[in-house]
Write a protein that binds this ligand. Structure first.
Ligand code: DAH
Length: 372
């Protein structure tokens, strides 16, 4: 049963067409069996070689083998194309829905810093304060100059500032002198005070929690840490309002009635007068416990907002006064929940988080106890 060239070419066209038209992998497999399987058409053709004369075999053999080769190659090419299409389809359709409820095996916890931020928001919103945020990449003017810390001021050196390379980022044009537009990682949350006052939506009762940065690292300092700033700007605000607010805040935060504060005269460029606030504590089983007046530790800085700072934001200091305070959030968390090494806060050690973290369902409420 000799096959002429024409017949084989027709056959080849037919098979390549069928293979190319196979819509999916099972259909392609059907074609493969039909061509190359035991009873397949091409296999049958190969079998005819046995019955041929040696001369016929010499001419027909290579042609039939070439046909088998072409069919095999076409099958492989079609298979690769179908598999690639299948992968593309899966990539396009199979997504992981991150909003689905976690299964009960989930081990995540709320970090103590997040927990404390939630507690602060809860306590201060009850006092009528809003929560504001500002950029962590800040310009020199907001971080220093507007806060009455001019270029040559020694406080700048004390802040161990991370500056960006000149030209790496540039402050907004028209933001002031060249030096004022220099960009940095904010060294405190105080520049958010400036941004709030510049908006001129008065009065202001706000807290501003967030990340802050200084080039400093040991057991009590990390290059990134957290602060919360408080700001009140209104008419007729006095030091008495500041003291009451801090007492109310710290009593609610530490959930104790015996919290005693001591205000010591101090100096900050952006407040006048300025006070450092100490809180009384005592020792219980080798641990510091807040409350009482046995010993004192420094907790935060505060004062009446300097008239120059108010004027720098375009407000009239004769009409508007206020107070401000700034406090380390990590420190608050350590005191309340009894951790002693700040660096562990940022190691991301799952065992530490399981021990000190909070359940995602434990939302702090004043009625339930903010630390519950
Ligand atoms: N910004 C100060 C710091 O980081 C803390 C501070 C002190 C903030 C007094 C204030 C304040 O708002 O009134 O060291």
């Amino acid at each position: 049963m000799a096959s002429d060239t024409h017949q084989l070419d027709t056959l080849r066209g037919e098979w390549l067409g069928r293979i190319g038209a196979a819509a999916d992998l099972p259909a392609l497999e059907t074609e493969r069996v039909a061509a190359l399987g035991k009873q397949g058409a091409v296999t049958q053709l190969l079998k005819t070689l046995g019955a041929m004369t040696p001369e016929q075999r010499q001419t027909e053999g290579p042609r039939i083998h070439a046909l088998r080769e072409a069919v095999t190659e076409a099958l492989a090419a079609r298979k690769a194309a179908l598999e690639a299409a299948e992968l593309d389809r899966r990539l396009a359709t199979e997504t992981l829905d991150m909003t689905l409820p976690v299964d009960t095996g989930a081990q995540g916890t709320i970090h103590p810093v997040s927990q404390v931020m939630d507690e602060l928001a809860e306590i201060f919103s009850d006092l009528g304060f809003s929560v504001a945020t500002g950029p962590e990449i800040e310009d020199d003017w907001h971080n220093f100059t507007a806060l009455n810390i001019p270029e040559s001021h020694p406080a700048r050196a004390m802040h161990d500032t991370f500056y960006f390379e000149q030209g790496e980022t540039a402050g907004p044009a028209g933001a002031g002198a060249e030096g004022d537009r220099r960009m940095l990682l904010r060294t405190h949350t105080s520049p958010v005070q400036i941004r709030l006052m510049q908006r001129q939506e008065l009065p202001i009762y706000a807290i501003m929690p967030g990340r802050t940065y200084r080039s400093d690292s040991d057991a009590t300092h990390t290059p990134m840490f957290h602060q919360v700033e408080g700001l009140v700007i209104d008419r007729g605000i006095t030091l008495g309002h500041l003291k009451w607010t801090l007492e109310t805040f710290l009593t609610a935060f530490f959930e104790r009635d015996d919290i005693v504060l001591r205000m010591r005269p101090s100096y900050f460029p952006f407040t006048e007068p300025s006070a450092e606030v100490d809180v009384g504590y005592h020792m219980e089983k080798g641990r510091r416990v807040l409350g009482g007046t046995e010993k004192w530790m420094e907790l935060l800085g505060s004062g009446m907002v300097h008239p120059k700072v108010i004027a720098n934001c375009g407000l009239d200091p004769d009409e508007w006064q206020g107070f401000a305070f700034g406090c380390g959030i990590d420190r608050l968390a350590m005191l309340k929940y009894g951790m002693d090494d700040l660096r562990a806060f940022f190691d991301g050690d799952i065992r530490w988080l399981r021990h000190y973290g909070f359940s995602a369902l434990d939302v702090p409420t004043l009625s339930g106890g903010v630390g519950a």
